[in-house]
Write a protein that binds this ligand. Structure first.
Ligand code: PAF
Length: 282
């Protein structure tokens, strides 16, 4: 595995490989790799000749009061995990290499739909930061295919929409959520949970599963959402949102919609946890 921090050097190496007919697969990450990230690498390995992974904690997608400074940084462990999977390139740029004029003076990419509700309501500039950095990374790596985890379902749809809108010839694939044995979706932010909180956090998954059962048995969406919110509050969660939306446009679902996403974000102690479930009726 070659570790490169210089964007132009990586771009040139990969362009040379592309000219030789090699397909490039890409997994962008912010590091602190867990089994969810590694499953994305495995997915991409099956679809491309050359596998590139990036580790960059992107300052532009963190809000003023968020955890940029304390975000877990575990580069040497991450390198070992990626070496073990046999990837070809790891890209580890600095803030200055990605945003030489500072993040606020850099050109940005913003999607004019899909970004304002769900996570966008409590994290106003988050998706602008994500689309900007992913666009920069895509221009450096120029992948044929890139993978994003479906735990961040809104991000996955936003990236798909960005590539369509901007005519980027990149196939976006979504990786299924990987979970701890108690059902908690894997996330780098789970490191902020105490042991007791980690156990309690499984309630999020259980509540979403119970919501799916209630919807399938015909309970109104309004009532199931109310039940879910009450249950989470009873278990000590502070709710950001609990919604049932349509999978494709993330707009609030109507009783007649069939391709649903049950999506939730809630704080348990310090971290804000997110989870979701795709529910296809019929
Ligand atoms: O999902 C993430 O880890 C980040 O949002 C991403 C896609 C690497 C962009 O910084």
């Amino acid at each position: 595995m070659k570790i490169i921090d210089n964007p132009v050097a990586l771009q040139q190496e990969l362009l040379t490989l592309k000219k030789k007919g090699k397909s490039i697969g890409f997994v962008p990450t912010m590091g602190n790799l867990h089994a969810g990230h590694l499953s994305l690498v495995q997915l991409i390995k099956k679809q491309s000749d050359i596998v590139v992974c990036s580790i960059f904690v992107n300052p532009a997608q963190f809000g003023e009061n968020e955890d940029l400074a304390s975000y877990p940084r575990t580069l040497s462990e991450d390198i070992q995990k990626l070496e073990a999977l046999g990837i070809d390139y790891l890209f580890t740029p600095t803030d200055n290499q990605i945003y030489p004029h500072g993040k606020n003076k850099h050109s940005s990419v913003e999607l004019n739909r899909l970004t304002e509700h769900l996570c966008g309501s409590s994290r106003p500039d988050h998706f602008k930061g994500v689309t900007t950095v992913v666009c920069i990374l895509f221009n450096i790596v120029q992948p044929d295919v890139a993978a994003f985890g479906k735990k961040d379902y809104q991000q996955y749809q936003v990236i798909k929409a960005m590539t369509r809108d901007l005519m980027m010839p990149i196939k976006i694939i979504g990786g299924e959520i990987v979970r701890e044995s108690n059902g908690l979706a894997m996330s780098s932010r789970n490191t902020y949970l105490s042991k007791a909180e980690k156990e309690k956090a499984s309630t999020l998954r259980q509540t979403i599963l119970s919501t799916a059962e209630q919807i399938k048995s015909g309970t109104s969406l309004e009532k199931t959402i109310e039940n879910a919110i009450n249950n989470l509050k009873r278990h000590g969660f502070k709710i950001d949102y609990f919604k049932v939306v349509r999978q494709n446009d993330l707009q609030e679902a109507q009783q007649t919609d069939k391709s649903l996403l049950i999506a939730c974000a809630a704080w348990l102690g310090q971290p804000r946890l997110i989870d979701n479930l795709e529910l296809n009726l019929n």
